[in-house]
Design a protein around this ligand. Structure first.
Ligand code: NI
Length: 254
């Protein structure tokens, strides 16, 4: 029993076999999938998937890559979508200073504006943070009071994780925890309290070992969960149960 807390099943890399991929997830014991939006178009596709499949839920939001395309009416549309009970979060939102596909000030404004949408709709957020740890933490400290959410595909240090946890947020692990040789991510996975960790695929990206290099899919979340259980010296079933319960709790899923 596992929950894939972050997937992109609307991606065109699934166009030829999406139904089969979703069926394989079910057969593998995946009890839920949150499909994250990245643009207004993919947020709409995310909702369509959530309406088609009982165990798929949608997040809606504008990824920092596309921040430069965001307009005032997009925020109204996100808030309108969030009324749908299958829309469980605002995401993915945040900052990406690795690709810098939108100017940093624009990324910051659009991120802050979407935290406001999360507050207005009383929904948790899903954060994308690539090479932007300092500004992510500054913005969360100033702008996310009273909100809840998750740092997806966590890539920061244990020092930063302690701050994130103090603010009451969750930490989600993706495929990279199965590759990290430096041990930084494994240190975080070892130390995060059991009631604050999630697992995800971020598929079609970030495929865990042993399938690294192939297209990722929700059924492979078990490899990430096995790695996290392993570094913690925990039983896989207990880790899977906790991560699933945490995901449901965060996203208000019964
Ligand atoms: Ni993602």
């Amino acid at each position: 029993m596992l929950f894939d807390s972050h997937a992109h099943l609307d991606d065109n890399r699934f166009d030829n076999d999406r139904a089969e991929v979703i069926e394989r997830a079910k057969e593998a014991g995946i009890v839920g999938i949150v499909n994250a939006g990245a643009t207004m178009e993919s947020s709409a596709r995310s909702i369509a998937l959530a309406e088609e499949y009982d165990f798929i839920y949608a997040a809606v939001g504008i990824h920092p890559h596309d921040a430069k395309e965001a307009s005032k009416c997009d925020y109204d549309q996100l808030a309108a979508w969030a009324v749908n009970p299958k829309v469980v979060a605002i995401g993915e939102i945040g900052l990406d200073y690795y690709y810098d596909l939108s100017p940093r000030e624009v990324q910051q404004q659009v991120f802050i504006r979407q935290l406001d949408v999360a507050r207005q709709c009383n929904k948790p957020f899903i954060i994308h943070d690539r090479d932007a740890h300092g500004d992510i933490m500054d913005i969360l400290k100033k702008e996310a009071k009273g909100l809840t959410g998750v740092l997806h595909c966590y890539s920061g240090s244990w020092e930063m994780a302690k701050e994130v946890l103090k603010m009451g947020f969750y930490i989600s692990f993706a495929g990279p925890v199965t590759y990290a040789k430096d041990g930084k991510l494994k240190e975080v996975a070892t130390n995060v309290p059991l009631d604050r960790l999630l697992v995800e695929t971020d598929c079609p990206y970030l495929t865990p070992k042993p399938y690294r290099g192939r297209r990722n899919e929700p059924a492979y979340v078990k490899f990430t969960a096995e790695e996290v259980a392993g570094v913690r010296g925990m039983d896989f079933a207990a880790l899977a149960e906790a991560a699933t319960a945490n995901t449901k709790h965060l996203f208000g899923i019964a």
